[in-house]
Structure formats: structure tokens, C-alpha cells
Design a protein around this ligand. Structure first.
Ligand code: ATP
Ligand code: MG
Length: 369
């Protein structure tokens, strides 16, 4: 169980629409790779090509060097002969089969009689705490139980690679955390390789050994969560991982100013550009009351409070400064007392540090759209 997967030059088209575009990707044995990207960028299609459910036009896929697909040599191993398990967003359990039969399905499809007879189904159900549900039908289960069964079914045959297509997005917040933790634990215990698709950057950061951020059927960045967090290679990646604050800045002489004409004393590398987009995490902006002493802060902007939503330990705050809006998090402990009764339109001050900014040439996002 587990193999090194190599995808090389993979291209899948629907008509003239190139959905997976010359994709190269290597997944180490036992690696948990997260595919992250917006709707329509080709994540599901990439998984389906790996599973053998789609036939690509070009490229090759090997498992430990064994060809599963090779367009040039007309190799196309059928899905049930590839050592792959799949877990979908929609659970996709067979409604007319019991839990036991659902979990056993991939073992039967691969004619794994020994595994069937040696209690593998019960073991898989036990791993997701569902051993007591084996004789029920899917309609008699909660959503969280159905998704656990789908996870057990994906792993029952101990495949080399488990493909997860947004398996948590139909679950409510509490269950999502529980099933996510369970998948994480199963991966550490069983050591299978995984490709896990999600839209959600916090899920990607939490689970991935590496993240592959996709754009138009290609991989825009492939790196560890820490590297992606510290060095998003493009504004597209920065935006996608949640650096939601964007400042457009223009150079006039040696100074940089915002669209509203406020000069900012930037002390960071700006790469010789005349116009830049700077990205900033909500956590890196500090909120101040108008009368607070901010003389030790590096970059200070006057702003107006637009909204403040209570989130328990923090408030999610939006402020406006000219045409720009900034999202930030303010601690309830330090800011709760006044934010609770603050009115929209109240003058405030925000501050941040140059080193928190990620700088990109300005045209990039428009060109990508
Ligand atoms: N069977 C199909 N026939 C024609 N076009 C398709 C087919 N399946 C997918 N597409 C198109 O291919 C593109 C990529 O689809 P895919 O399902 O891989 O995206 P995705 O990244 O998984 O998106 P989402 O996050 O919405 O699930 C989309 O433009 C989609 O409309
Ligand atoms: Mg999809």
C-alpha cells in the first residue's frame, strides 16, 4: 500500500476546452497532496484521470514506474485494475446496499477474496467508529456517518492512492472538523498516498504535506503549506489562500501612494515596478481607536469603521480608507469593550508593517481573469 505516482504532460480536453493542460506532478509514496483552486480549474478532472474514469488526450501516469496511462503507447489500465480509492463530496454510497456491502464493494470489484474473508470490512468500519452500523442502509445514517462510511470504503482495499474530492464540504462545521481529524489520523496510521481536493485554504494548510494550487488546468505553485503561506508565488495564489486585503499602490518619485492618494512609507523590496498590488493577511492589520498613540507603528492609515462582527475571541472588522476596504481581526479581549457599541462610520486608525506585505506587479490579476 502506497506508491510513487508520476503524472507527466497530462492533457484532457472537452471539445476545444483544455481542462487539464500539460500537467506535471509527482506524488511521493505516502504523501498527502492537497489540490487547491477555484471552481472549474480542473481539480475533479485531474482526479478522474488518475482514477481512470476519464481518458486524457496526452501524457502519462505511472504508479511506482508501472504505466497506468500512456497516450503515446496506448496504455489505459481500467479503474478497477488501478490501486485507487475514491471519496466524493456527495458520499455516493449505494442506497440499496447495506453499509457492509458498500464498504465491501471495492474489495469485490477487485476480487480481493482473502481480504473479504479476513474481516477487512469490519476493520475499515471500526477505523471510522462505525462498526455498529454495518447492517444499516445509507438512508438510515446521518450525513457525518455516511461520509465516514465513504472514507472507510475508499480505504478498505488498502489502495496505493486515495482520492478525496471535497469530502468535507457537505458537512456542518463541527462534523467537518471531526472527519478532517479522522482522515489525518488514518493517513498517519495507514500511510496511504492521497490527493485531496478542496476550495478551503485552512483545510489545505491543515492536511497537506504539500499543496498544489491549480489555475486553468496547470499548477501555479507546488510547495509545503509553510512555503505557500510565506511565499505565495503570485497574487492569484495569495488571493486564494486568504490574503484578502489588496492595496493598489503607485510610485511617484520615491514615494508610494494608495488609490486615495495617501503616501505610504514602504520599506520593502518593490522589484522596480511603478505600480504594484500589495497583499496582506487580515491578522497582520492592527486596529486602533482614533485617539490611541500610534507613533511607534510603521504604516498608519486613517479609516472609517464599516462593520464589526463578533466571532468569540475576536471580531471580524471591515474598515474603509478612501476607496480601499480592509478586513482585519481584532481581539475581543483588547477591543471588545468599545467595538461592541461602536457605530458604523466611526473614525478609526489601522496600522501594519511593510514586511507583512506581499508585493506583485499590478497587472497580474486582471490578466489572469
Ligand atoms: N463531462 C464534461 N463535459 C464537458 N465539460 C466538462 C465535463 N466535466 C467538466 N467539464 C468542464 O471542465 C472544467 C473543469 O471541471 P472540473 O470539474 O475538473 O473543475 P473543478 O476544479 O473540480 O471545479 P469545482 O471546484 O467546481 O468542482 C469546467 O469548465 C467544466 O465545465
Ligand atoms: Mg470538482
Amino acid at each position: 500500500m502506497t506508491a510513487r505516482i508520476e503524472i507527466s504532460g497530462l492533457t484532457k480536453k472537452y471539445g476545444t476546452n483544455v481542462v487539464v493542460d500539460q500537467l506535471d506532478l509527482e506524488i511521493d509514496a505516502g504523501e498527502f497532496l492537497v489540490l487547491l483552486g477555484p471552481s472549474g480549474c480542473g481539480k475533479t478532472t485531474t482526479l478522474r484521470c488518475l482514477a481512470g474514469l476519464e481518458t486524457p488526450e496526452e501524457g502519462s501516469i505511472t504508479f511506482d514506474g508501472d504505466p497506468m496511462f500512456d497516450a503515446a503507447n496506448r496504455v489505459n489500465v481500467p479503474p478497477n485494475k488501478r490501486s485507487i480509492g475514491m471519496v466524493f463530496q456527495s458520499y455516493a454510497l449505494w442506497p440499496n446496499m447495506t453499509v457492509r456491502k458498500n464498504i465491501a464493494y471495492p474489495l469485490r470489484a477487485r476480487k480481493m477474496k482473502d481480504a473479504l474473508n479476513s474481516g477487512r470490512v469490519e476493520e475499515a468500519a471500526g477505523m471510522v467508529d462505525c462498526g455498529h452500523l454495518l447492517d444499516r442502509y445509507p438512508a438510515q445514517l446521518s450525513g457525518g456517518q455516511q461520509q465516514r462510511i465513504a472514507v472507510a470504503r475508499g480505504m478498505a482495499a488498502r489502495p496505493d492512492l486515495v482520492l478525496f474530492d471535497e469530502p468535507l464540504s457537505n458537512l456542518d462545521a463541527l462534523l467537518r472538523d471531526q472527519v478532517r481529524t479522522e482522515i489525518h489520523r488514518l493517513h498517519s496510521e495507514l500511510g496511504f498516498g492521497a490527493v485531496f481536493v478542496t476550495h478551503d485554504h485552512s483545510e489545505a494548510f491543515a492536511l497537506g504535506d504539500r499543496l498544489a494550487i491549480m489555475k486553468h488546468g496547470k499548477i501555479e505553485q507546488l510547495a509545503t503549506p509553510q512555503d505557500v503561506f510565506d511565499h505565495p508565488v503570485s497574487e492569484y495564489v495569495a488571493d486564494f489562500i486568504g490574503m484578502s486585503n489588496r492595496l493598489e499602490l503607485h510610485r511617484t518619485g520615491l514615494e508610494w501612494s494608495t488609490a486615495a492618494g495617501t503616501e505610504l512609507p514602504l520599506r520593502c523590496e518593490t522589484g522596480g515596478h511603478q505600480a504594484i498590488a500589495a497583499r496582506l493577511w487580515p491578522d497582520d492589520i492592527v486596529l486602533h481607536r482614533r485617539d490611541e498613540d500610534v507613533s511607534d507603528r510603521e504604516i498608519v492609515l486613517e479609516a472609517t469603521l464599516l462593520s464589526a462582527e463578533f466571532g468569540g475571541r475576536h471580531y471580524d472588522v471591515v474598515v474603509g480608507a478612501g476607496p480601499e476596504k480592509y478586513r482585519l481581526r481584532a481581539s475581543s479581549a483588547t477591543h471588545g469593550a468599545w467595538l461592541r457599541s461602536a457605530q458604523s462610520g466611526e473614525p478609526v486608525v489601522i496600522s501594519f508593517r511593510s514586511e507583512s506585505l506581499k508585493i506583485y506587479p499590478l497587472q497580474e490579476l486582471a490578466a489572469a481573469a
